[in-house]
Ligand binder design. Structure first.
Ligand code: UDP
Length: 244
């Protein structure tokens, strides 16, 4: 069942259910795709039809972060839990490594995906790295060829939004991969280039605040969060002024 949070339909599932559905999709081998929208992406989708269509066309729409979960609760249609994209990916890596499954890492600045690959191999020795490619390109034809040749079980598409969602929507069904997942800055985290919040902060739902502390230049982007909450409250109260 899907739940509408300000125009984006989220799957109302736990991380366990998300992982199990992802494995089923992977077996179907039709390059289905997973998106992990946060409040910033939800707000952007209201003004970007291509992004909105790409989100609507996804096979799995996971609530990445506490903001979306809080929003759904305020709207009176609660979601089961938050599913941080990077936790979802970790669960898939772990399962893939047990069956010598493969992953292709696509995105981030040159060198980052390779670093992420080295770290992943240390943590998940059975995992096969089918290939890597940075996320700064003008022509994607050679990248599509490399991905198809590598034919990975899982393709991480980490180009930031809205690029990654639109890229996956454009290529779903046409790629020789099990499943794709659009995971924003995850390769930076896996590479150790960006740091994730300590667990205490994650549990308190303050991952966003930690990130802001580390990267204060994100303040402009983060102002989307209060805007999102105001819109949610406006909609809940039935007012048009914020819900618009
Ligand atoms: N990125 C990319 N190609 C682009 C633009 C961005 O590969 O054309 C990468 C960027 O290097 C970073 C990721 O996409 O690794 C986006 O990271 P950000 O922290 O903005 O994403 P978030 O997790 O907040 O969505």
């Amino acid at each position: 069942m899907r739940i509408d949070v300000m125009g984006v339909e989220f799957d109302n599932i736990t991380i366990d259910e998300a992982v199990s559905q992802a494995l089923d999709l992977m077996r179907e081998q039709r390059a289905a795709y997973v998106v992990t929208p946060n409040p910033e992406i939800v707000m952007a989708a209201r003004e970007n039809a291509s992004l909105s269509d790409a989100l609507a066309g996804a096979d799995l729409v996971l609530a990445d972060g506490i903001g979306v979960v809080k929003g759904a609760k305020i709207l009176g249609t609660p979601l089961k839990e938050k599913i941080p994209g990077i936790d979802f990916a970790a669960r898939l890596f772990s399962l893939l490594s047990k069956q010598n499954g493969s992953v292709f890492l696509f995105g981030a600045k040159p060198g980052v995906a390779e670093l992420a690959a080295q770290n992943l191999l240390k943590q998940y020795p059975g995992l096969v790295i089918a290939g890597t490619n940075n996320g700064y390109f003008t022509d994607d034809a050679p990248i599509l060829d490399r991905i198809n040749e590598a034919s990975p079980d899982l393709l991480l598409v980490c180009l930031g939004f809205p690029k990654q969602e639109i890229w996956m929507a454009e290529h779903t069904g046409a790629l020789n991969v099990g499943l794709m997942a659009g995971l924003g800055g995850s390769l930076d985290v896996l590479a150790g280039v960006a740091e994730r919040a300590p667990e205490k902060w994650q549990r308190a739902g303050l991952e966003w605040l930690y990130r802001l502390k580390k990267e204060p230049r994100r303040i402009g982007r983060m102002m989307q969060l209060p805007k999102f909450l105001f819109s949610v409250i406006g909609r809940r109260l039935g007012g048009k002024q914020h819900a618009g």
